[in-house]
Design a binder for this molecule. Structure first.
Ligand code: SAM
Length: 225
């Protein structure tokens, strides 16, 4: 395990042990801001699997609203804005949101500090496109189903949700996370939350860290005439 992940696991274990499973994100971003730690998921570029998805399925973005869950340092949110979405990126970490604003001073993205478990009321069924990359897998098991339900609630009727996450087999130990790879049954929580599954890919990354990943597209059925 590299040092970046070791620190993440140490901080997460410490906070989960104290009954505060979300508190470590802010701590980690603060340490990174001081130069004392690195953020293992922050590649400082849009996720290549998002770009690849977009090339294969470009969406109508003009005039549509997008929400980026756990937007971190902002690269994916910025990319959605470039594609034409009126984009909101939110994160529970104030330091992450401040860092994203600092990195993109001319941004068109609205960056908000918010907790997915207690979102602003007007986000309910509020977005045409919702992007979730690696947030659910960074939460302990007892929060993951709740997170999947909360994320699903932000998708508007007729809207889409793209999820990219580490994957594992049913019954395979989840290992010492975070991240805790998701099972297919956990991913099906998006369907149990009222969305339909439009596509589901299960693949191994062709380069380091060669991990198994799921990329799935869900839709909230449009309301009838
Ligand atoms: C593993 S990181 C992934 C960040 C980004 N999506 C990416 O792909 O690089 C998970 C992010 O979700 C944020 N997060 C965790 N729990 C959250 C919550 N309850 N509400 C909002 N953001 C949360 C963390 O602060 C962190 O930035």
């Amino acid at each position: 395990m590299n040092d970046k992940r070791a620190r993440v696991r140490e901080l997460a274990a410490e906070h989960i042990g104290k009954g505060d499973p979300l508190g470590w994100f802010e701590k980690l971003y603060q340490e990174a801001e001081r130069g004392d730690a690195a953020i293992p998921w922050a590649d400082l570029e849009p996720n290549p699997r998002l770009i690849e998805f977009w090339k294969a399925h470009p969406l109508e973005a003009a005039g549509k609203g997008a929400l980026v869950i756990g937007s971190g340092l902002g690269d994916d949110a910025e990319q959605l804005a470039v594609w034409g979405f009126k984009t909101t990126g939110f994160d529970i970490s104030k330091t992450a949101i401040e860092a994203a604003k600092k990195r993109f001073p001319k941004t068109q993205v609205e960056y908000v500090v918010a907790d997915m478990f207690n979102p602003p009321a007007n986000w309910l069924h509020g977005f045409d496109f919702v992007l979730e990359i690696y947030t659910v897998q960074s939460l302990p098991e007892e929060l993951r189903a709740k997170a999947i339900e909360a994320i699903s609630q932000s998708v508007a009727p007729g809207g889409l949700l793209l999820v990219i996450a580490r994957g594992r087999e049913e019954g395979e130990p989840e290992g010492q996370g975070p991240p805790w790879p998701l099972t297919r049954a956990e991913m099906d929580g998006f369907v149990r939350a009222g969305l339909t599954e439009e596509s589901f890919e299960d693949y191994a990354e062709p380069e380091p860290p060669w991990v198994r990943r799921f990329r799935a597209l869900y839709k909230r059925p449009a309301v009838g005439p």
